[in-house]
Design a protein around this ligand. Structure first.
Ligand code: FAD
Ligand code: FES
Ligand code: FES
Length: 1013
């Protein structure tokens, strides 16, 4: 863009009311990085760096001069380029209040409701709720849920968080009864509920005494809190109102590696795109930001088209809506809702289908910034909007400087390959035209993902049919599917064959068989689960068929019969119930000393600081003047010989200080245990092992340079990945046997013997704060101080002392708090800290690291996958007589504490059931995967599920109720377990009864059975 007088090269924005002017802005960095590293506002956290966790949520406020109003929206600052906030106001958790002045109601409530544990997610939660209140001082519970969809918490659970906030909503406290899901008042009027239970709060207690209401205390009383007073909020910076032109200025920021433009007219935009055909347009940056962060992409020219009127406007035309390519998904949702309200029902059926899909599209923060154009032009095969736009027969208007405008139908020719479209490089998408629907047109959308909200689709679909006028014969039908190939696919043959047919069971049958041919997925298709995906596509079509049939039966009752009850149930959307909850606790006796905390629901000491962002985690600690940042070089082969390491290119990067690898320390120091080293030297046995480390002046430089280190490998056989591979290769670290009685003879004499096997998959650790370490050398006696997020400071001290060759008392490990651990920070942190300590000792300066999420996942391993092969002998009554089980755990490349996990699984294999003859062999399988480690439950969840599988299989064999078989086998006081433990005061049966009772098991079961009839 040629310099014009009004081209601004200085970044101007406000943070917490303070003006920031930066003439030296690097457009490559994110708002999060800027806040944390330049402004030292560390309350906003980095959890994932890809918009998935909400720990980095901040509020952005924008003045709209035409409407003279200010709009607030929550964003993921980890994906927001700092360059894009020019002319805007940013509010972080520090900006709303702190423990030094009175807490904001949002902060106070989440803390006092016990809504934080590790607290790493808390500032993000606070900011999402705060933004909601700024937009609507008395929101509904539904809005509260919507605003929190993009925020993850890994420790606390969402119940206390919602409990804290529900008092700020209009309907959150209007709960019939006590709030429990099994509240007698609530269940009384529910369909399908036959036996309303006694009141679980004031009903019969264990000793058959009616509990007094006073025996139970509620944790939260509304009167404990002050009400929300919007007039006390920080004001929007007046300067931004007086100078709204800041928002529309042309911008040009030049950084060391890229240029960022924000043109203000379409002509400027087209000219820029003609000059830089490879440039990326960024609006929400939710695609490009992830590509840059995790796919190592660099786009030297970025253009932000958020200021071009043609791209941000929505026009209501006679034929439909014309939506500018830069219009955000939140805005589209709002406009579609208005349209649906104002127009006749039949005109807006496409809009209804899109709105339904938007409910499940990402989280609130992403929808607030992501634009429709970005979704279309990314061309993802699992885009949620593209199948709908194709089904709607939307038209796209493109424009280039050379050739002007052209219109394209979004049909089967639009996507030309994986993430490719027919648009040319110099073209930009101007707008999308979405037509209104006629009386004879019906459209629906479907999406299946692993979890209901804020998750990418496994398969999604948009389907639309047009009937001949007041007839049930198909005039035109469009069936578009995502997740069924490298692009969104249209089932063109099915569409052609169904045209002309009547909407009846023959059409359904024909459609189902044709779709199978139209949507082939080879078993090796990327994404896996091919059978499931094909089944999903067919079930969506089945649902669509029923949805349309129902509409036809309403429209033409004389021609089309109404749906049968079970057909209606198949398309009924489950009723969305607002979250109900309560927390009760036993009152402490009046005689208990007031200073005795036992039994009292006290706020933990960090809660208030967590809610204000003042709680300091490792990466929030102030930087030392001479501090360096480390970044690891990881193995990219699973089993291979290292032929060579070439760090020369990395060392040429400005700001890189040194490269460290096994060459830098003696072999005996490098070896930490039998199967673990600091730096891998000769042979890598897994992807993600640390081969080397770059130390540089800052994080971006270190991370960039680490990717430039070249490693040559020579693959080695065998490659052992699964437990089955390990069994085949007899690749075990250890094997143990646990006996009780004589299993062999008991199996021979049992009335029945069954055999089976079950596999339980692994699980990634996702503590919200990734592994982080800051190591500080001291000039005195080789002392090293480590600030760590470890669960095991002693292990850290021992390992670091070994690698530095100093006495243990020269190593000080400090742990202030962890942003979650769950076992994942038990044995792994020393392997992150040891290389840093070597560098810190050698260079005599502090060194820091905080792993990126994907590094953390690849480096640290997680929950062990298990395989159980079992044989069970039992009586006609289902009494367990003998269990013979082989338990296999996939430990990964090193033993870590897998032996203890497997032993624990062996001990827990009885779960709650007595068996006199047991033989369990536990195998710790050695594979070429990351080394698995401690994880909540430590082997117990896996073997518990195996025990339950055995009971269920016995019940199925005997055609008996599984719960009856469970109860027959449960332990009693005095029984001896297979690990020779004599059970005193065995509470299994009491727990079982209480769980059934408190979960209203029988009531729920009756409702499920009624539903399934
Ligand atoms: C946490 C998370 C959750 C997500 N969930 C979902 C989901 O549930 N469903 C789903 O479908 N997607 C999802 N996405 C993907 C993404 O949010 C959407 O695709 C979004 O619509 C992209 O819009 P954007 O403005 O952020 O795109 P950007 O990243 O700004 O741009 C994306 C691409 O589009 C191009 N582009 C943008 N505008 C134009 C234009 N006018 N002309 C030409 N090219 C243009 C850019 O050059 C770039 O290549 C998710 C992403 C994240 C990070
Ligand atoms: S969403 Fe930004 S750090 Fe997770
Ligand atoms: S308290 Fe929410 S992640 Fe730990």
């Amino acid at each position: 863009m040629a310099d014009t007088e009004d081209t601004c090269k200085i970044l101007v924005f406000f943070v917490n009311g303070k003006k920031i002017q930066d003439p030296d802005i690097d457009p490559e960095i994110t708002l999060l990085y800027y806040l944390r590293n330049k402004l030292k506002l560390c309350g906003t956290k980095l959890g994932c760096g890809e918009g998935g966790c909400g720990a980095c949520t901040v509020m952005i406020s924008k003045y709209h001069p035409q409407e003279e109003n200010i709009r607030h929206y929550s964003v993921n600052s980890c994906l927001t380029p700092v360059a894009s906030v020019h002319g805007l106001a940013v509010t972080t958790v520090e900006g709303i209040r702190s423990t030094r002045n009175k807490l904001h109601v949002v902060q106070e409530r989440i803390a006092k409701a016990h809504g934080s544990q590790c607290g790493f997610c808390t500032p993000g939660m606070v900011m999402s709720m705060y933004t909601l209140l700024r937009n609507n001082p008395i929101p509904s519970m539904a809005q509260l849920e919507e605003y929190l969809t993009g925020n993850l918490c890994r420790c606390t659970g969402y119940r206390p968080i919602l409990d804290g906030f529900r008092g700020l909503t209009s309907d959150g406290m209007v709960i019939e009864g006590c709030g429990r899901a099994d509240c007698c008042k609530f269940l009384r009027d529910k369909p399908g509920v036959i036996n309303v239970p006694n009141c679980p709060v004031n009903g019969i207690n264990e000793d058959n005494n009616v509990l007094e209401e006073n025996d139970i205390s509620h944790i939260l009383y509304e009167n404990d809190f002050k009400p929300y007073d919007p007039s006390q909020e920080v004001i929007f910076p007046p300067e931004l109102k007086v100078h709204p032109e800041l928002q529309t200025q042309n911008l040009e920021y030049r950084g060391p590696r890229l240029i960022f433009y924000r043109p203000s007219t379409l002509q400027q935009l087209l000219k820029l795109k003609a000059q830089h055909p490879e440039a990326r347009l960024i609006v929400g940056n939710t695609e490009v930001g992830v590509e840059v962060k995790y796919k190592n992409k660099l786009y030297p020219v970025l253009i932000n088209p958020s200021n071009i009127h043609d791209l941000t406007a929505v026009k209501r035309l006679d034929s439909g809506l014309q939506i500018g390519a830069s219009v955000t998904l939140s805005k589209i949702g709002q406009i579609l809702r208005e349209e649906i309200k104002e127009r006749k029902e039949h005109q807006t059926r496409i809009f209804t289908a899109i709105l339904e899909m938007l409910k499940w599209f990402a989280g609130k923060q992403i929808r607030n910034v992501a634009a429709i154009g970005g979704n279309i032009m990314t061309g993802s095969p699992i885009s949620d909007l593209n199948p709908l736009l194709m089904a709607a027969r939307a038209t796209l208007t493109f424009c280039s400087k050379e050739r002007g405008e052209r219109k394209l139908l979004m049909d089967e020719n639009f996507f030309t390959g994986y993430r490719k479209t027919i648009a040319l490089n110099d073209e930009i998408l101007l707008y999308v035209h979405i037509p209104y629907t006629s009386m004879d047109e019906y459209m629906y959308s479907y999406k299946q993902s692993r979890r209901r909200g804020d998750d990418v689709a496994i398969v999604n679909a948009g389907m639309k049919v047009i009937f001949r006028k007041e007839n049930d014969a198909v005039q035109d039908i469009v069936l578009a599917f995502g997740g069924m190939g490298p692009t969104i696919v249209m089932a063109t043959n099915t569409m052609k064959e169904l045209t002309g047919m009547s909407w009846n069971s023959s059409l359904l049958e024909r459609g189902l068989s044709l779709l199978l041919e139209d949507l082939p997925l080879s078993p090796s298709a990327p994404g896996g689960m091919t059978e499931y995906r094909r089944a999903l596509a067919l079930s969506f079509f089945f649902k669509y068929y029923l949805n349309v049939l129902r509409q036809l039966s309403l429209r033409m009752p004389d021609k089309v019969s109404p749906l049968a009850e079970e057909e209606l149930r198949a398309i009924e959307e489950p009723e969305h119930m607002l979250p109900r909850s309560t927390q009760l606790f036993q009152k402490v006796p009046p005689s208990q000393s007031t200073v005795d905390p036992i039994g009292r629901p006290m706020i933990h000491t960090s809660a208030l600081k967590q809610a204000t962002g003042e709680a300091v985690y490792i990466d929030d600690m102030p930087h030392y003047e001479n501090e360096l940042y480390a970044s690891f070089v990881y193995s990219s082969h699973a089993h291979a010989k290292i032929i060579s390491i070439d760090e020369s290119e990395a060392l040429n990067v400005d700001g890189v200080v040194r490269f460290f690898c096994a060459r830098d320390l003696a072999r005996e120091k490098n070896r930490v245990s039998k199967d673990n080293v600091v730096f891998v030297q000769d042979v890598v046995t897994c992807v993600g092992q640390i081969i080397g480390m770059i130390v540089a002046k800052n994080q971006p430089t270190a991370q960039r340079a680490a990717k430039l280190v070249k490693i040559q490998y020579e693959d080695i056989k065998p490659l052992i990945i699964t437990i089955q591979d390990a069994i085949r290769e007899k690749s075990y670290f250890n094997k143990w046997t646990l006996y009780k009685g004589n299993t062999e003879s008991a199996l021979n004499t049992s009335a029945h013997v069954l055999e089976g096997e079950m596999h339980v998959g692994g699980q990634e650790h996702f503590y919200l704060e990734t592994q982080a370490q800051l190591v500080v050398p001291s000039c005195e006696d080789g002392t090293m101080e480590i600030f760590s997020s470890t669960q095991n400071p002693t292990d850290m001290q021992e390992k670091v002392a070994h690698v530095l060759g100093v006495l243990k008392n020269r190593v000080i490990c400090r742990v202030k708090r962890l942003g979650g651990g769950f076992g994942g920070k038990e044995t792994k942190p020393p392997f992150v800290a040891m290389p840093l300590c070597i560098a810190a000792a050698e260079l005599n300066c502090p060194v820091r690291i905080m792993l990126d999420r994907h590094e953390d996942m690849v480096l640290t391993g997680g929950r062990h996958p298990f395989l159980c092969k079992w044989k069970v002998g039992f009586s006609d009554q289902g009494i367990l007589l003998a269990i013979d089980a082989d338990l296999y755990a996939n430990a990964g490349y090193s033993l870590d504490i897998s032996h203890a996990v497997v032993q624990n699984a062996m001990f827990a294999m009885d779960n709650a059931y007595k068996c006199d003859n047991v033989k369990i062999i536990g195998y710790v399988c050695k594979t070429n995967l990351p080394s698995n480690t401690a994880f909540r439950g430590f082997g117990t969840p896996q073997s518990t599920i195996f025990a339950e599988d055995i009971i269920s299989r016995i019940a199925a064999f005997l055609n008996a109720n599984a719960n009856v078989i469970r109860e027959r086998n449960m332990y009693r006081t005095g029984d001896t377990t297979h690990s020779k433990e004599i059970l005193e005061r065995c509470t299994v049966r009491r727990c079982w009864d209480e769980v059934l009772d408190q979960a209203s098991f029988h009531i729920r079961k009756t409702r499920v059975d009624t539903f399934n009839k």
